[in-house]
Design a protein around this ligand. Structure first.
Ligand SMILES: NC(=O)c1ccc[n+]([C@@H]2O[C@H](COP(=O)([O-])OP(=O)(O)OC[C@H]3O[C@@H](n4cnc5c(N)ncnc54)[C@H](O)[C@@H]3O)[C@@H](O)[C@H]2O)c1
Length: 252
């Protein structure tokens, strides 16, 4: 038996069109899942088309996760494209805003909390209701090193990712005995568009690299294995875990 096989499983991933999400979408496809990608950008259609051309079962749903009223409609559309059953939800979409705490605007605060935390709870709740009725499901949230640290100039992001870690545990306490596993992946410093400024800042880049035992930034390839593990039967006794995928960063 291949415990990691996702053949016949239906998955929704938010922000699965680029960065780490794109890597996780590919991994779910490669493991056999049918995947619906929810993203706000038009590019989601081209990405789904590209993966379809490679032989995978992928659908695109355009939706803005900062629009609270629109989320249930977007979610339902994604579930319907998958045929009505949902086995796996990956809450990957996230945004970043940087500014000193004293100058951080409330608009930026709201934007980050809405996408990174409020939408994650809403999506978990919508998926959870379905999965509870089915008696089984896997929810995978994307946390961060800033679920553990406060960071600098990113107060809203740190608060949102701390919240994602706590939410993952809260949901586990209520749902694990009812067939749903809820875990979070906490990526370390990953070389994606979100971190362009950090990668280009020679001083910060050197400081970050010096602290990563693996000696390099992470990439979208590095989150592929963990998402398949958490989506599959291989992780049936794992729930409420915040799993670092950080090249050892937290150990130093
Ligand atoms: N890059 C890193 O170092 C790093 C580290 C830890 C955690 N993370 C987390 O990993 C996840 C992916 O990050 P990434 O680096 O790939 O970022 P990215 O900027 O490359 O991609 C973000 C994705 O989120 C989607 N998105 C953003 N706002 C949206 C909205 N309002 N509605 C729908 N979709 C929206 C975008 O379409 C995009 O697909 C995020 O949750 C991020 O916080 C990233």
């Amino acid at each position: 038996m291949n415990r990691f096989d996702l053949t016949g499983k239906n998955a929704i991933i938010t922000g699965g069109n680029k960065g780490l999400g794109r890597g996780m979408t590919e991994a779910l496809c490669e493991a056999g899942a049918r995947v619906a990608i929810i993203a706000s950008s038009e590019s989601v259609f081209a990405v789904a088309e590209d993966l379809k051309n490679k032989g995978y079962d992928v659908y695109a749903v355009r939706g803005d996760l900062s629009d609270r009223a629109g989320i249930p409609i977007t979610f339902e559309k994604a579930v319907q494209t998958l045929g009505g059953r949902l086995d796996i939800l990956v809450n990957n979409a996230g945004i970043q805003r940087r500014n000193k705490c004293e100058d951080f605007t409330l608009e930026d605060w709201d934007s980050v909390i809405n996408v990174n935390l409020n939408a994650v709870f809403q999506m978990c709740q919508l998926a959870g209701r379905k999965m509870l009725a089915q008696g089984k499901g896997k929810i995978i949230n994307v946390a961060s090193m800033l679920s553990f640290f406060g960071g600098y100039t990113v107060p809203a992001y740190a608060a949102s990712k701390g919240g994602v870690a706590q939410l993952t545990k809260a949901l586990t306490n209520e749902w694990a005995s009812r067939g749903i596993n809820i875990n979070a992946i906490a990526p370390g410093y990953m070389d994606t568009e979100m971190n362009v400024k950090l990668v280009q800042d020679e001083k910060r880049n050197a400081e970050i690299l010096a602290r990563i035992p693996k000696g390099r930034w992470g990439t979208a390839e590095d989150v592929k294995g963990i998402v398949v593990f958490l989506a599959s039967n291989a992780s049936d006794y794992v729930s409420g875990a915040i799993i670092p995928v950080d090249g050892g960063y937290l150990s130093k």
